[in-house]
Design a protein around this ligand. Structure first.
Ligand SMILES: *[C@@H]1O[C@H](CO)[C@@H](O)[C@H](O)[C@H]1NC(C)=O
Length: 296
């Protein structure tokens, strides 16, 4: 299996209109669009995918469907973190058996774990699932704040990659330059995407890519592959306002609202969450249009 790299979309979970189930057809169509746009990987079942809204059975179903619809064209990294070790373990083993290339593990997010506890949890997952782990570093949601060195130490227990959603540019830089022999850090903070790629990150796990997959891939090709910073900046000028907007609202709601604005039905969000209200959505519509996309 080739190393994970490039623009990996933090995939939305489309629901049926009554939100009683995952909408299989919508999911398939959305994945098809991602693959056609040149997206390098699918990351279902994490924040953008509203995993806390899904049952255990749905989380497994989502992984299976993504592997099926990706059909070997791009890797699937399944979000498998849970509130209990047992849940994370069960989902990770299932994802490996279902054909995921890696699992992305967010630590338990109600009571923060300490480094010793986290290391033991990841070791157990690695031993049982036997596929690479992407550690999901999102201190704002988990309360688990580790230094770059501590993050890199997780490489001893099967953590090969990191989705860095700390929003901490200097810490990301330290991982890219000082610790890259231990851990491959992907940017996971929308507004740092340009910087992360320019600084040499091997990829990004990115929710905005649901709405603007073509632009996201173009940014990757321009900045990370060709190293053309001048053209990259022009692209970033279009993309950045959307990223800033997404980060300023409920992220999953903002992404789904953006998709609806561009004509993709998502089913909306499960209670207690809701799509963005009409006034806020109007703001986003303008940003999407300015980026050159058509809205409905
Ligand atoms: C972390 O948790 C472990 C196990 O619960 C405990 O033995 C250890 O003292 C804790 N470490 C710190 C620094 O709190």
């Amino acid at each position: 299996m080739a190393d994970l790299h490039g623009i990996m979309v933090a995939l939305i979970t489309p629901f049926t209109d009554d939100r009683s189930a995952i909408d299989v057809n919508r999911l398939q169509a959305h994945i098809e669009r991602m693959v056609k746009a040149g997206i390098h990987g699918l990351v279902p079942g994490e924040s953008t995918g509203e995993f806390p809204s899904l049952t255990l059975a749905e989380r497994k179903q989502l992984t299976e469907l993504c592997v099926k619809f990706a059909a070997g064209r791009i890797p699937v990294v399944a979000g498998t973190g849970g509130l209990t070790s047992a849940e994370a373990l069960e989902l990770s083993v299932h994802a490996a058996q279902a054909g995921a290339a890696a699992v992305m593990v967010v630590p338990p997010f109600y009571d923060p774990v300490n480094l010793t506890e986290l290391t033991a949890l990841l070791a157990e997952i690695h031993e049982a699932a036997k596929i690479p782990i992407v550690y999901y570093n999102i201190p704002s949601a988990t309360g688990v704040k580790l230094s770059p060195k501590e993050l890199a130490s997780l490489s001893k227990v099967g953590v090969k990659y990191l989705k860095d959603t700390s929003g901490d540019g200097p810490a990301l830089t330290e991982m890219l330059f000082g610790l890259s022999d231990q851990i491959t850090a992907f940017n996971g903070w929308d507004t740092l995407t340009f910087y992360g790629l320019a600084a040499g990150a091997r990829g990004g796990i990115w929710g905005a890519a649901n709405i603007i997959p073509e632009l996201a891939v173009e940014l990757w090709d321009t900045v990370a592959v060709q190293g053309d910073l001048k053209k990259g900046r022009e692209l970033w000028a279009k993309i950045w306002p959307i990223c800033k907007f997404l980060e300023s609202h409920n992220y999953a709601a903002a992404v789904k609202t953006g998709l609806e604005l561009t004509g993709t039905a998502t089913g909306g969000l499960r209670k207690p969450f809701h799509m963005l209200g009409p006034q806020v959505a109007e703001e986003m519509k303008v940003l999407i249009q300015k980026a050159g996309l058509r809205t409905v």
